[in-house]
Design a protein around this ligand. Structure first.
Ligand code: XIL
Length: 404
């Protein structure tokens, strides 16, 4: 059990102004106390939720909102990668996780990062799957209605094919990095055909070349209610049915996934996510896998319980993929944080290894110098397995050892 009886009693017996153990102590829209009971510290979990976790760490909660920047679409012809690197070698993370019976260890890249020779070498040696970090998103692929720009996506898929890697397609229907012309649609019939055309066009282009597709991404708000996106406003839950059915028809070989974040701890969001997936299955929507992004924070008290939350996702009967793993810290780094990060990565990797439904792990980038974290979460970083000089970090060693 995650909650110790002692912690609950301690929390209940103290003054109301103090937040009890494991209680909420911050986040956008939260107006309660930010002071935890003795022995607990208010730790940032996500923009909408800070929680009283065991310990007296000095990290202060922050309400920095997660923002996303728009990806500019390259209009120049993508050069085809010429390298003929071999698939993952025996000592790389992908080879090691395969030896444990999993399908892959992957990372997120695109032409910009693959063009860095050190990153290219690391990807070739260590990873078996590549996820396009931005190039398959709606603003990159169909920024104008009916006009598809797939140079960046083509580059990524060509790289994978050339180098013996598989691809996790990411992502077709998402409220973020979505062009205004889609958000401004106000007819359910129009939006239905727009979704069908978008899904069908992109998936048909890469038919037979994609292992997993994150068909739909982030349909829940942090509170656990369905996100107020244009898709949900106009179509209700049916937008999922529409997208997944179009996806299955376009590429029957691809495993179709629903992906979301903050599924790493007990919450209404996790409960409602599982319930939604079960409803989709019950009504025959073609869905094969769930993706848990796992953008985590060093020292988060939920991480040791990752196996519990993966089990809840696996309870749907679908495959589970850890799709965007990174574990960030408040900078500057120090020895304590580095050690904790190694422990945290170990816990997450072991949680996947320990569940037969968990098929693979993707880290969200290769090196700290190209991670989305510093520009998204103010003051935080050092979340990945290689540092910005492309040297393996302690976290890499921890992951590698966890795969032994
Ligand atoms: C991020 C990319 O890493 C950034 O480069 C981009 O500016 C914003 O999006 N959840 C997702 C990913 O599903 O697509 C996001 O990727 C990170 C959060």
């Amino acid at each position: 059990m995650r909650y110790s009886a002692a912690a609950i009693v301690a929390g209940a017996s103290l003054a109301a102004a103090q937040v009890p153990a494991w209680g909420q102590c911050g986040g956008i829209g939260f107006s309660g106390s930010t002071t935890c009971v003795s022995g607990y510290t208010c730790k940032y979990s996500n923009p909408y939720y800070s929680q009283c976790l065991p310990g007296t760490a000095s990290a202060t909660p922050t309400t920095t909102a997660r923002t996303t920047s728009t990806t500019s679409t390259s209009t120049s012809a993508a050069s085809t990668p010429t390298s003929t690197g071999t698939p993952s070698t025996g000592s790389g993370l992908d080879a090691k996780i395969k030896a444990k019976g999993k399908l892959y260890f992957g990372t997120a890249v695109d032409q910009n990062t693959l063009s860095v020779s050190q990153i290219d070498s690391i990807v070739k040696a260590e990873f078996g799957v590549v996820t396009p970090e931005n190039s398959m998103k709606w603003d990159s692929t169909e920024s104008t209605q009916g006009s598809f720009t797939l140079t960046g996506a083509d580059y990524l898929v060509n790289y994978a094919t050339t180098n013996g890697k598989k691809v996790r397609g990411h992502t077709l229907v998402w409220h973020s990095q979505l062009p205004g012309w889609v958000s401004n649609i106000n007819s359910a019939a129009t939006l239905t055909s727009v979704i069908q055309n978008h899904v069908t066009t992109i998936m048909t282009r890469y038919k037979g070349k994609i292992l997993h597709w994150d068909v739909v991404n982030e349909v829940f708000e942090d509170s656990g209610v369905m996100r107020n996106s244009v898709f949900y406003r106009l179509l209700g839950e049916q937008f999922l049915d529409i997208a997944f059915k179009a996806a299955r028809a376009a590429d029957p070989a691809a495993k179709l996934c629903l992906n979301d974040y903050n599924l790493d701890y007990a919450s209404d969001k996790l409960t409602n996510f599982v319930a939604l997936v079960n409803r989709l299955i019950a009504r025959g929507v073609p869905i094969d896998c769930v993706g848990t992004q796992a953008h985590l924070i060093v020292g988060n008290g939920a991480i040791p319980y990752s196996s519990t939350y993966i089990s809840q996702l696996a309870g749907t009967g679908l495959d589970v993929a850890i799709t965007e793993l990174d574990i960030r810290m408040t900078l500057p780094s120090d020895a304590t944080k580095v050690a904790q990060q190694s422990t945290d990565y170990t816990n997450v990797v072991k949680a996947c290894l320990g569940n037969t439904k968990c098929v693979g792990i993707t880290v969200w980038g290769v090196d700290d110098g190209h991670s989305w974290v510093p520009s998204t979460f103010s003051g935080q970083g050092d979340a990945l397995l290689w540092n910005s000089s492309y040297q393996k970090k302690a976290a890499y060693t921890a992951v590698s050892n966890a795969l032994n």
